[in-house]
Design a protein around this ligand. Structure first.
Ligand SMILES: *Cc1c(COP(=O)(O)O)cnc(C)c1O
Length: 490
């Protein structure tokens, strides 16, 4: 397809000595390379393709045309909230008044930026039902780490040194145990009930005075609303622990209910999911962390403070965590969130959550005849199928069955991004679908028709699915081989 120049890869177009630029001789080259210590200097030249400028331009332009993004098609990637990112957010974040700021500028010259930070911080506090947010962390996982460090600081400040364990449900996103481990905490897993929610009996068994807290996601990664949070929070608080809320799934709760009211003490939000910043491909992101009253002093430095006279300054205190990011984090993402919050306003923010729930349930109900729905009932913004139903070739006891991977690959042929697959780990053939509120009914219907068509293909021509995709620039890579026999050309 289009990732080549007349059928050739850029390395194949390379001709020794061909250049895309001409620069005058640089008198400093010899000097600068000799300054590099012997051990880090490369022995052989990098094997870069030697090509003309036009070939480079075509190479990258054609590659970009092969990209898939939420701006090119439907992207039902569960756990990622790939909603539409209104272009006005981009325009405003690109205003020179924001982009030309220098982070080391005198506070008096950046009052507008500090005011914006403070307003986003306050709005998130209101949406979450908490006291104060820091917008400094760079991503969801970074927010988790920051939030857990706040929890640890709180216990240490009380001389509670033995609280080294954190409870994490088995349905949690992988970043939860990872962040806890980076924070130096030991992970205690609690099981889910067959209905997909946290099992209280199994929780009671692990509670004690060595528990720092519990991390929970609501709706959890199965898209199910955890209705027993008040009881769970009471149990954890009774034993002296704090409740951490993984707010990456905040979308369906927007303006409907608040983590602070449910009993959570610390949380993060993914601005690059819920508050409409483009994501995928690794960032940049933003993972603000909020805390309930009494925990504010542990939030990281610097904090934006509003003075009596309406001016702002940055505050550094000794009780705070220290800096978790450079300056105030990814400021452009905060500007985008501000635009989104203002354009949605109090009136439409609650609609985003409700519509995301309606869209997910619509797809689930219309496809459950074809795909296994392990947990019946109302879901929130996303749901999980456990592969194709047996009558459509999905019986996983049959070694030749059509797998979730096969279905995901076939979706690419039809121009859709695949759902999240094989996560959560609770089922054999997980397929996690999240449509978000941004999509029209026509888009949802077309996706549903495609998923039905794939189920019928799976029944009638399973080989077509086992060998999919058929129409993409790259066919099915051998994932295992790609990892084990990775070849680096540089
Ligand atoms: C996306 C996600 C995270 C991690 O966020 P990153 O910004 O990717 O680090 C954590 N928990 C849940 C439930 C998520 O969906």
């Amino acid at each position: 397809m289009n990732n080549t120049c007349y059928g050739k890869l850029i390395f194949e177009l390379s001709k020794p000595g061909r250049r895309g630029y001409s620069l005058p001789e640089n008198p400093w080259t010899a000097y600068s390379t000799s300054q590099l210590p012997e051990g880090v200097r490369r022995q052989t030249a990098a094997q870069l393709p030697e090509v003309d400028e036009m070939a480079v331009v075509r190479h990258y332009t054609n590659m970009s045309n092969n990209n898939f993004g939420v701006d090119t098609g439907f992207y039902p990637l569960g756990s990622c909230t790939m909603k539409y990112n209104p272009k006005i957010n981009e325009e405003l974040a690109n205003l020179p008044g924001f982009t030309a700021l220098h982070p080391a500028q005198d506070e008096r010259t950046v009052q507008g930026a500090l005011a914006l930070y403070d307003k986003v911080q306050r709005t998130l506090s209101e949406i979450a039902g908490l006291s104060e947010f820091t917008l400094n962390p760079y991503a969801g996982a970074h927010g988790e780490l920051t939030g857990l460090m706040v929890i640890r600081s709180y216990h240490l400040s009380r001389g509670d040194h033995q609280r080294v364990k954190i409870i994490v449900p088995d349905s949690a996103h992988g970043t939860n145990p990872a962040s806890a481990a980076v924070c130096g905490l030991q992970i205690v897993e609690v099981k889910s009930t067959p209905q997909g929610t946290v099992d209280l009996a199994s929780l009671r068994e692990v509670l004690g005075d060595d528990i720092a807290g519990m991390m929970m996601t609501n709706p959890n990664t199965l898209g199910i609303f955890e209705t027993q949070i008040p009881e769970i929070a009471a149990l954890v608080h009774e034993c002296g622990g704090l409740m951490y809320y993984d707010g990456a799934n905040l979308n369906p709760m927007l303006g409907v209910c608040r983590p602070g009211d449910m009993g959570f003490d610390v949380m993060h939000i993914n601005l690059h999911k819920t508050f409409s910043t483009p994501h995928g491909g690794g960032g940049p992101g933003s993972g603000p962390v909020g805390v309930r009253k009494g925990l504010e002093k542990f939030l990281p430095n610097p904090r934006v403070r509003r003075d009596e006279d309406g001016t702002y300054h940055l505050e550094h205190t000794d009780t705070a965590l220290g800096a978790v990011s450079a300056f105030l984090g990814n400021f452009g993402i905060i500007v985008r969130a501000y635009c989104y919050l203002l354009s949605m306003g109090r009136e439409y923010i609650p609609m985003a959550g409700k519509l995301s729930v309606l869209n997910a349930n619509y797809i689930k109900e219309r496809l459950k005849e074809y795909y296994n729905l392990p947990i019946e009932g109302l879901c929130k913004h996303e749901f999980v199928f456990d592969g194709l139903r047996p009558e459509y070739g999905g019986d996983h006891h049959d070694p030749g069955h059509v797998t979730t991977l096969d279905v995901a690959k076939r979706l690419l042929d039809y121009g859709y991004h695949a759902p999240t697959i094989y996560f959560p780990l609770l089922f054999h053939e997980s397929m996690m679908i999240e449509p978000t509120e941004s999509e029209t009914k026509e888009t949802l219907d077309a996706f549903i028709d495609t998923m039905k068509r794939i189920a019928i293909e799976a029944k009638e021509q399973p080989e077509l699915l086992h060998t999919a995709p058929h129409h993409t620039p790259i066919r099915r890579p051998d994932d295992v081989k790609a990892v084990k026999a990775a070849k680096f050309v540089f």
